[in-house]
Write a protein that binds this ligand. Sequence first.
Ligand code: RRO
Length: 305
Amino acid sequence: VDMGTALAWAPVPSPVLTASGCSAFGQELEPFVDLGALGAVVTKSVQLQPRSGRPTPRMAETPSGMLNSIGLQGPGIDGLLADDLPWLARRGARAFVSIAGTRVEHFAQLASRLRGVPGVLGLEVNISCPNVESRGEVFACDPVAAADVVAAVREAADPAQPVYAKLSPDVTDIVAIARSVSEAGADGLSMINTLLGLVIDPDTMRPVLGGVTGGLSGPAIRPVALRCVWQVHQALPEVPVLGMGGIRSGLDALQFVLAGASAVSVGTAVFNDPSAPARVHAELAEALAQRGFARLADAVGYAHR
Ligand code: RRO
């Protein structure tokens, strides 16, 4: 099976990427996965300044998924440019760099710092982090705010680097947000970020997470993510979609492809199985072959036909 695909116009050898936030800058996966054989490594969201994040504990397990309240901990753009991106480039890995900020200008500055950086295939604009100071900072919940960020990034970014907008499932009309950011210049859409959730410890009778609420990921959100990909592909079939949300097998990935995703990200699954991205690639290839597809591209959106 020809597994080649593209992130907008940028060709990649595999439709399987990492998901932002789950494997940092790729270092922890390297013993288990050939990073250069993945579609790309999607890096943890970076901001202009280093940031320490929310109070601990920051992770909570539930039977169906995981919650996190990391709160954008990270090295800042200087550290990323000095250390992490050169490390990925030396291994032949393509980086899809997730950028985050609290103001439109922050996003634009980050995009301009990443212009022409070797190995940076494109940008994922994280306008949907649930673990921010106020809901007003979740740009992806408002079509105008979301479009403002995306337009500024598209303007500031390297024209060769595709810009994907990462959307939140915590909206009533994801198609309206998708349409707005596409019209503002997004070259593709990443769906979905985590779903806002809460866990209370029955013994302490208090919230488990130091930050109280957190983002739910893993199998619990897979049908929500798949529904978002389906609805957006149905309404905007020309817009490339990077699908993610609880993918841990080739058959999970296949569902996203059939719904309209031309690539997928594997996130939470790496905590149980660090080889998951490579395994999902192999299982997806096998699943496509069994169904008579010679090319991945022929299966994208097939469920709509
Ligand atoms: O760092 C986080 O707390 C975080 C981010 Br930026 C995000 O986009 N999604 C998430 O679940 N956690």
